[in-house]
Design a protein around this ligand. Structure first.
Ligand SMILES: Nc1nc2c(ncn2[C@@H]2O[C@H](COP(=O)(O)OP(=O)(O)OP(=O)(O)O)[C@@H](O)[C@H]2O)c(=O)[nH]1
Ligand SMILES: [Mg+2]
Length: 290
């Protein structure tokens, strides 16, 4: 008899765990999409996909023109997986492509390098099911941690976080981290446009400006299992800084809502306002452009 990927890949303990979450919150239990951006993660992807808990209903892998067999390994591990190509360079573009393809009530984004355990997903779902619009993982709140972050990145994250809290009158404990969940119906208000790693900051800024309900949950960042980082600390740190300043200025001049006509940062792709269908074949871009 055919078994779904959940049955194939979910242990009894995991199933009980997610059932317990849903029973405990007494919530209707909206459907969950998991979006996984992956570029040359063939050696890591099976570790991630084999740990997805039962509360996830669909998994979308956005392949960044990997030169290794990321998509093949992923499909072998999880036959029900949807693989979509991204339409431009960068992690931000990949995520926006994934979000446009997601059908779940709740969307969770997670890295493909094994630095984020999918076993934490139920805690994001728990908050989403209970009225929060955006749930972000924090490595620096009680119960969180990082076994990976360098001193330089920690300092940069701390400075950018302090500036964010000041400019947006928030009290967040982490900023540059990509383990985030949100309600799909918040996508239009987030109106994401970033193409690079700064998309994580853009999400936070936009959520705060829009008055969305934001929660932080503790997360443990594990070391990337193998392979090379795609992040360049100084270049991407500058992009984060520009993003949080630009969004604050735009929010101040428009009372929160984004002024229309602002140029999308990736040069034309208004990704999450519904203006553009995603999933088209990539063309005319190269990695490094983002
Ligand atoms: N599809 C796609 N995925 C990307 C791209 N750039 C990065 N990713 C993925 O985004 C996730 C985060 O990228 P990483 O390279 O791990 O960046 P990082 O976590 O800041 O760096 P490390 O801490 O060194 O791992 C990983 O799953 C990458 O494969 C891209 O251009 N396209
Ligand atoms: Mg990583």
């Amino acid at each position: 008899m055919h078994q779904s990927w959940k049955q194939q890949h979910t242990s009894t303990a995991e199933r009980r765990c997610s059932e317990t979450v849903r029973a405990a919150v007494g919530a209707p239990g909206g459907s969950v999409s998991l979006v996984v951006p992956a570029r040359n993660e063939a050696a890591n992807i099976a570790w991630v996909l084999s740990r997805i808990p039962d509360c996830v209903d669909e998994v979308i892998l956005v392949d960044g023109e990997s030169s290794d067999d990321t998509a093949g390994r992923a499909r072998a591990c999880l036959p029900s997986l949807r693989v979509v190509p991204q339409s431009g360079p960068g992690k931000g573009n990949a995520l926006r492509t994934g979000f446009l393809n997601a059908k779940g009530d709740y969307i969770i984004m997670i890295d493909a390098d094994g630095s984020m355990s999918p076993r934490e997903i139920p805690r994001y779902v728990h908050f989403l099911e209970n009225g929060y619009d955006v749930v972000k993982g924090s490595r620096f709140t009680g119960g969180g941690g990082s076994l990976d972050i360098t001193t330089l990145r920690r300092s940069g994250n701390r400075a950018l976080l302090a500036l964010t809290n000041l400019l947006y009158q928030a009290s967040l404990t982490d900023l540059c981290y990509g383990y985030v969940g949100f309600r799909r119906d918040a996508l239009a208000r987030l109106d994401l446009r970033s193409s690079g790693f700064e998309i994580e900051t853009e999400m936070v800024c936009r959520a705060l400006l829009e008055g969305l309900r934001v929660a932080e949950v503790p997360t443990l960042e594990l070391p990337r299992r193998t392979g090379q980082s795609n992040l360049r600390t100084f270049r991407d740190g500058q992009r984060v800084l520009r993003t949080l300043l630009r969004e604050r200025a735009a929010g101040a001049s428009s009372g929160g809502a984004r002024a229309d006509g602002g140029a999308p940062v990736d040069g034309g792709a208004r990704a999450l306002g519904g203006a553009r269908a995603a999933g088209g074949a990539p063309g005319g871009w190269r990695h490094g452009d983002g």
